[in-house]
Design a protein around this ligand. Structure first.
Ligand code: TYM
Length: 334
C-alpha cells in the first residue's frame, strides 16, 4: 500500500533552530517519517519576507538542512529539499493568491502581529501573502498531514479553505490536508518571558535555547530561566508558567512523564531541577550539534543531497501544477 503524504517546513531565519522548533515540530517529523511519504522543505522563499543578507541566507539555508538531518530526518527515506529549488511553489502561490480574499489574508494573526511590530513601511506584500505560499507548499504534494506547532494552525486552516474553494470551482484537484499538532508540546515558551512563544526572532537572546549553541551556554540560560517564588517543582500553567514550561521541555527531551519528574524533584529546589534539565538537554543536543557541524564541513555534499531530493520534489509538484493550469483553463504551450 502506498503511504500517505506528509509535508512540513521551517524558515532558515537564524543561524540555528531553537528548541521550540525541535520539540514542537522536528521530533514529530522524525517519528512520522517512518509511516508517511514525508516531504520536508527549508522554506527560503518565506524567509525573504524579512530583510536578509544574501550570503547569510545561503548559510542559514544549509544550516537548517543540516539540522534536519542531524536531528534524524533521513534524506534517503524522506524528501528533504530547499523550497526555491522547486519553481512550482511560487507558481501555485500566484494561482492561490487569485482565490484568496484580501480580508481573509488580513485576518492571519501572525501577519497582524508582525506587521504591527515592524510598522507599515517595513511590512511587505510578501509578508501579507506568506500564508498563501505556505498553502502552495502543502497542496502541491497532495498532502494528507502537516505536523507543526500550534502557531501554524491558522495557516493550515486557510490552506484547507483554499483547497476546498479550488476543488469546488474547478473540480477535485487538491487533497484537503489535516494539521497534526502534538498538544502537550505545541508551544514552548521563552525562558525569560514564559508568556511569550520561544522564537528565532525574539528580541532578546537570553530566553531562547539554540540547537547549535555551545551546550554550556544553554545550561547557563536554563539556570537563569524565570521561575517563581513558590519553590516547588509542580506543573501549573496559570500560576507557574516558567516552571511549567521547563517541565514540558524536560518531559519532551527525556521521554518521561511530567508527574514522574515532579516526584523526582519533590522537596528539592529549583536549582537541582534546572541542573537536571540542563543535563538532559546537553545529552540530547550534543550529538545533534556535532553531526550538524560535521555536515556543514562538507557543503558540496550537502548541496548534492539537497539537489537530488529537489529533483524528486519537482516531479511530484509539476504534476499537480499542470493539473491546476489545465483545470483553470490556462492555454498550455505546445
Ligand atoms: P517556523 O520556521 O516559524 O517554525 C518551524 C516549526 O516550528 C514550530 N515552532 C514551535 N513549536 C512549539 N513551540 C515554539 N515556541 C515554536 N516555534 C516554532 C512551528 O509551529 C513550525 O512547525 N510557516 C512555517 C514554515 C512553513 C511551513 C510550510 C510549515 C512554510 N511552509 C508548509 C508547514 C507546511 C513557519 O514559519 O515555521
Amino acid at each position: 500500500m502506498t503511504k500517505a503524504r506528509l509535508y512540513s517546513g521551517m524558515q532558515p531565519s537564524a543561524d540555528s533552530l531553537q528548541i521550540g522548533n525541535y520539540i514542537g515540530a522536528l521530533m514529530q517529523w522524525r517519528d512520522l517519517q517512518e509511516s508517511y511519504d514525508a516531504f520536508f522543505s527549508v522554506v527560503d522563499l518565506h524567509a525573504i519576507t524579512q530583510p536578509n543578507d544574501p550570503s547569510e541566507l545561503r548559510e542559514k539555508t544549509r544550516r537548517t538542512a543540516a539540522q534536519y538531518i542531524a536531528a534524524g530526518i533521513e534524506p534517503a527515506k524522506s524528501t528533504l529539499y530547499v523550497q526555491s529549488h522547486v519553481s512550482a511553489h511560487a507558481e501555485l502561490a500566484w494561482i492561490l493568491g487569485t482565490l484568496t480574499g484580501f480580508g481573509e489574508a488580513g485576518r492571519m494573526t501572525q501577519f497582524k502581529d508582525k506587521s504591527q511590530r515592524y510598522g507599515q513601511d517595513a511590512t511587505s506584500v510578501g509578508l501579507f501573502t506568506y500564508p498563501v505560499l505556505m498553502a502552495a507548499d502543502i497542496l502541491l504534494y497532495q498532502t494528507a498531514v502537516v505536523p507543526v506547532g500550534d502557531d501554524q494552525k491558522q495557516h493550515i486552516e486557510l490552506t484547507r479553505v483554499l483547497a476546498e474553494r479550488f476543488n469546488s470551482r474547478f473540480g477535485d484537484t487538491f487533497r484537503v490536508p489535516m494539521p497534526v499538532i502534538q498538544q502537550d508540546t505545541a508551544r514552548i515558551y521563552d525562558l525569560q518571558n514564559p508568556l511569550a512563544k520561544m522564537s528565532k526572532s525574539a528580541e532578546s537572546d537570553a530566553g531562547v535555547l539554540w540547537l547549535l549553541d555551545d551546550p554550556s551556554a544553554s545550561a547557563k540560560k536554563i539556570m537563569r530561566a524565570v521561575t517563581d517564588s513558590e519553590g516547588s517543582v509542580r506543573y501549573d500553567r496559570e500560576a507557574k508558567p516558567g516552571v511549567s514550561n521547563l517541565l514540558v521541555i524536560y518531559a519532551a527531551l527525556s521521554g518521561r512523564q511530567i508527574p514522574a519528574i515532579e516526584d523526582e524533584y519533590a522537596g528539592r529546589g529549583y536549582g537541582d531541577f534546572k541542573k537536571g534539565l540542563a543535563e538532559v538537554l546537553v545529552s540530547e543536543f550534543e550529538p545533534v550539534r556535532a553531526r550538524a557541524l560535521e555536515l556543514l564541513d562538507d557543503p558540496a555534499e550537502l548541496d548534492r543531497v539537497l539537489g537530488a531530493n529537489a529533483d524528486h520534489a519537482a516531479e511530484v509538484a509539476e504534476t499537480t501544477l499542470s493539473d491546476v493550469y489545465d483545470r483553470m483553463g490556462l492555454l498550455r504551450r505546445r
